[in-house]
Design a protein around this ligand. Structure first.
Ligand SMILES: [Zn+2]
Length: 368
C-alpha cells in the first residue's frame, strides 16, 4: 500500500469492537487523503454534453475531432469558457479532485482565456495548471496568438505550462517555438501525443524538443522504446470513447499520471477504469500500479498534497477502491480552507453554477 495513505487514515484496532469504538469519538475512523489531481482535463468541454449531433456521424478519431471538438472549440467565447470552467471545477471538487491540469483551446477567444479559467477555478476553490493548446489548423497566425497567450499568462504570474494541441496539427516551426518558449519560461509543455494513428509521427517530430517537465497526453500509439522525455497522461475512458486503442501505459518506463481528457474531473473513476483496463491485458496485475499513476499527479501539482479530503469510505486503499463504486468526499479542504462540506461547495452556490452553465451551454449549442 502506498505510504502516504498509511499516514492519513487510521485503521480500527483489531481488539476493539465496532460498537465500543463508536462510543469513543476520539477514535472514530475517518479516511483522509490529500486532494486528488486530474492530470489531463479540458474544462472547456464541460458544456459539450447535450450538444446537437454533428451533420454526419464521425467514423474515426480524425472525424470526431473535425466534426465535434473543432466545431465546438471554435464557437466558444469568454463567457462560455468561464461557466464551463466553473462547472468543471465544481464537479472536480465533488469528486475530491482539488487540482486540475487543464489544456485549453478556443481559437476565436484566445486572448485572456487562461485568466478566465484560472479565475473560475479560484472562485470555486480548485487549483489549476493552465495551458493554451497552440495549433496551426487555423493558420500560422492562430498558433502565434496561442503562444502569446501562454507567454502572457505565465509571465504575469499565472500557474501554467506551454500548451500544444498535437504535433499533427502544428508546423515544425510552431513546435520549435513552443519548446523554446517553455525552456525560456522554465516550464514544461502540455501536448497530445500519438492519441490516434494520425499522429504516429509525433515521436520523430518532437525528438530533441521535450524535457522531463513535459506532459504527454495519451501516447496510445507511442512506441514502447521511445525517446520522448516527460510524464505520460493516461485517459482510459476517453481512449475507449474515441476507439483509438489502449495505451497500456504499464509498458513505459516514463512516469504515468491519470486524467479524464475532459470527461469530468473524477480521477477515482479514472483509477478504477485504468485498473480494469490493465487487468484486461494482464490478469496478474493488482490495482497498485494504476494507483501509483494517480499518485503521480502529486508530482505535477505538489501543492495538492497539502489539501485534505475526508471520504465516505474507509479504508481508502487501492484494493478496496477498485471494487467499491460511489465513493465520494464528505469534506474537502484546500490550503486549509473548507471548500466542500455536507454535499455542497462553500464558496459558490452549486445550483447557480449549474443554472448559469446550462444557459451558456444553450448559447454554445445554438452556434453549432
Ligand atoms: Zn486531451
Amino acid at each position: 500500500m502506498p505510504g502516504i495513505w498509511a499516514s492519513t487514515y487510521r485503521r480500527r484496532p483489531k481488539h476493539v469492537a465496532p460498537a465500543k469504538l463508536m462510543a469513543k469519538r476520539e477514535v472514530r475512523i475517518v479516511a483522509k487523503t490529500p486532494g486528488l489531481v486530474c492530470a489531463h482535463h479540458h474544462l472547456y468541454s464541460t458544456l459539450a454534453r447535450g450538444m446537437p449531433p454533428p451533420p454526419k456521424t464521425p467514423t474515426n478519431f480524425q472525424e470526431i475531432l473535425e466534426q465535434i471538438w473543432w466545431r465546438l472549440d471554435a464557437a466558444l467565447d469568454l463567457e462560455m469558457i468561464r461557466w464551463s470552467a466553473m462547472l468543471g471545477a465544481l464537479e472536480a471538487l465533488e469528486s475530491g479532485t482539488t487540482a486540475i491540469v487543464d489544456h485549453h483551446e478556443s481559437p476565436n477567444a484566445i486572448e485572456g482565456s487562461l485568466d478566465v479559467i484560472a479565475a473560475a477555478c479560484a472562485e470555486v476553490g480548485v487549483r489549476v495548471l493552465c495551458a493554451y493548446g497552440i495549433t496551426d489548423r487555423n493558420g500560422a497566425e492562430g498558433a502565434k496568438r496561442g503562444l502569446e497567450e501562454n507567454e502572457r499568462f505565465i509571465k504575469a504570474g499565472g500557474n501554467g505550462l506551454v500548451g500544444i494541441h498535437a504535433a499533427f496539427t502544428c508546423s515544425d516551426e510552431s513546435l520549435r517555438s513552443a519548446a523554446a518558449l517553455a525552456d525560456e519560461l522554465g516550464v514544461g509543455a502540455h501536448i497530445h501525443v500519438a492519441e490516434g494513428v494520425g499522429d504516429i509521427e509525433a515521436p520523430d517530430r518532437l525528438d530533441g524538443l521535450t524535457s522531463d517537465a513535459w506532459l504527454l497526453a495519451h501516447c496510445v500509439h507511442l512506441p514502447t522504446n521511445h525517446s520522448l522525455r516527460g510524464t505520460i497522461l493516461h485517459n482510459p475512458m476517453s481512449n475507449l470513447n474515441n476507439e483509438v486503442g489502449y495505451a497500456n501505459p504499464a509498458r513505459f518506463t516514463s512516469p504515468v499520471a491519470l486524467g479524464t481528457d475532459g470527461i469530468g474531473g473524477n480521477v477515482v473513476e479514472s483509477f478504477r477504469l485504468a485498473y480494469v483496463m490493465q487487468r484486461s491485458v494482464d490478469v496478474t496485475c493488482g490495482p497498485d500500479t494504476a494507483w501509483s499513476w494517480l499518485e503521480t499527479g502529486w508530482d505535477l501539482m505538489p501543492e495538492a498534497r497539502t489539501d485534505e479530503v475526508t471520504w465516505s469510505y474507509d479504508p481508502m486503499d487501492p484494493w478496496h477502491i477498485a471494487f467499491t463504486p460511489g465513493i465520494r468526499p464528505l469534506e474537502v479542504k484546500v490550503d486549509g480552507e473548507i471548500v466542500y462540506t455536507d454535499g455542497a461547495p462553500t464558496r459558490v452556490d452549486a445550483a447557480e453554477v449549474r443554472a448559469r452553465a446550462a444557459e451558456q451551454a444553450e448559447r454554445l449549442h445554438a452556434r453549432l
